[in-house]
Design a protein. Sequence first.
Length: 271
Amino acid sequence: MPALAEILDVLERHYPPRLAEQWDAVGLVCGDPAEEVTRVLFCVDPVEETVTEAEDLGAQLIVAHHPLLLRGVHGVPADTVKGGLVHRLIRGGRALYCAHTNADSADPGVSDALAHAIGLTVDRPLDPQEPGGRTGIGRIGHLAEAEPFAVFVQRVAEALPATVPGVLGAGDPDRPIRTVAVSGGAGDSYLARAAAEGVDAYVTADLRHHPAGEHLAAAGPALVGLTHWASEWPWCGQASGLVDAAFAGNVDSHVSTRCTDPWTVRATPAS
């Protein structure tokens, strides 16, 4: 059976830590690199639900996209939310590894997985790390044929897991969509970049009212708004596939389908 260190070596070859933003916290949070691993759970968020899922599966390793301890801490007492998770993991002999902005920028990475899920052929990064490079935040791609924006929004909704808030579109329903920018996670800081690239639509998460409205008023690309979890969930399958290919027959990998968006209720006005 492979050791934890061998699995991390595969992940870091594909999602090099050097690609992470300076403010980020990526890598091994807890776990013994020498311990054997036979089962891995891939998820977006390392939270109580996914830790419980790993326990139920008997997984010795959780690979999460979001960091558990993004900001500096001086302790992890068990009576705090995150400290309690660290204690559960260590007591259960489970490792936690996080690949965040290094997985965002990698080629392929988080936005490639999102683009492929909605049927795009990827052409280049939205915000390359260097001119002409293949790594960087977001992706620009194209559909095989143009389709009306309303049809494209439905395409996105059907390609991604269902969430309570759903998928929202902002723009002319009849606008032809062929070229598309995507960015997994919160991406409204790249609205201007998407507009400068001249794409027909931009798909991302956590869009805010004023930036989105000002973007549309300036005749920018149509917008498709997702929840954060749904936009990054396709990456779990991509990362799982890397471990499957490297350790076929020796490691069982599982992709969590537990929605870890915080939104659980949607109300609509009575007619």
